[in-house]
Design a binder for this molecule. Structure first.
Ligand code: IPE
Ligand code: IPE
Ligand code: MG
Length: 225
């Protein structure tokens, strides 16, 4: 396999609020424009050759935001699934959700279950992290591994939400923040990292292609020589 080609990229989509603030607009508008950036990226997925794109949409800590902002984000999620599901199906995008998504509002859970079923035969995976926290994911996986009788790196990895995805190659965060904010902690062990200043609503498919070119030039050593 061509080692320079990424199979799995994950993005911490950050900066919607600052994008809106710069323009004197409500944060909700930033989130709406953020959804449009997601749509553009998903439309460009086929050309990237990626097997999986994982997007951090809502963290287990994002509940700390105001009720209004959380409602806006949940409503955007409802609208996005409704409007874009036919496109996912037409473009062979296979939806996957990671995180504690089953504890979201029952109507969202039902919508997601339907979307998962309808895209099950898709070729490229779009994994969306919803109510996701890396520490919680690891704790859940370790608990399941223990219940099955053996706690090892392998048995924990097999219980992670990402167990059926290719290894994480590249983790991108937008908006200039240089932290993981509890995203894919386990999976990031040997992933390449890229932090860009672009605010999420300004993120274009060309930024992802640039990131993939950058990734292709990196030398991964995994501790060996
Ligand atoms: C990312 O943008 C979207 C979510 C976390 C849901 P933010 O809302 O975090 O934007 P900033 O960081 O305040 O600019
Ligand atoms: C991380 O961004 C979560 C998502 C992008 C969904 P945050 O904006 O919530 O992270 P912090 O609070 O700046 O670390
Ligand atoms: Mg943020």
């Amino acid at each position: 396999m061509d080692q320079s080609r990424a199979r799995h990229v994950a993005i911490i989509m950050d900066g919607n609020g600052r994008w809106a603030k710069k323009r004197g607009l409500p944060r909700a508008v930033g989130h709406q424009r953020g959804v449009e950036a997601v749509r553009r990226l998903v439309r460009s997925l086929e050309g990237t050759g990626l097997e999986c794109l994982t997007l951090y949409a809502f963290s287990s800590e994002n509940w700390k935001r105001s009720e209004d902002e959380v409602d806006d984000l949940m409503n955007l999620m409802r609208r996005f699934i409704k409007s874009d599901l036919p496109e996912f199906i037409a473009n062979n995008v296979k939806l996957k959700i990671i995180g504690d998504w089953q504890s979201l509002a029952p109507d969202i859970v039902a919508m997601l279950e339907d979307a998962l079923a309808q895209t099950a035969n898709g070729k490229q995976t779009l994994a969306v992290a919803l109510n996701y926290g890396g520490q919680h994911e690891i704790a859940r996986a370790a608990t399941k591994a223990a219940a099955l009788g053996e706690v090892t790196i392998g048995t924990i990895a097999a219980q992670l939400d990402t167990a059926d995805l290719p290894p994480l190659d590249l983790l991108i965060r937008t908006s200039g923040e240089i932290r993981l904010s509890n995203f894919l902690l386990w999976q990031a062990a040997y992933a390449e990292m890229l932090f860009v200043d672009t605010l999420w609503p300004d993120f274009e498919p060309a930024h992802l292609s640039q990131a993939l070119d950058d990734f292709a030039r990196r030398e991964r050593r995994y501790g060996g020589r």
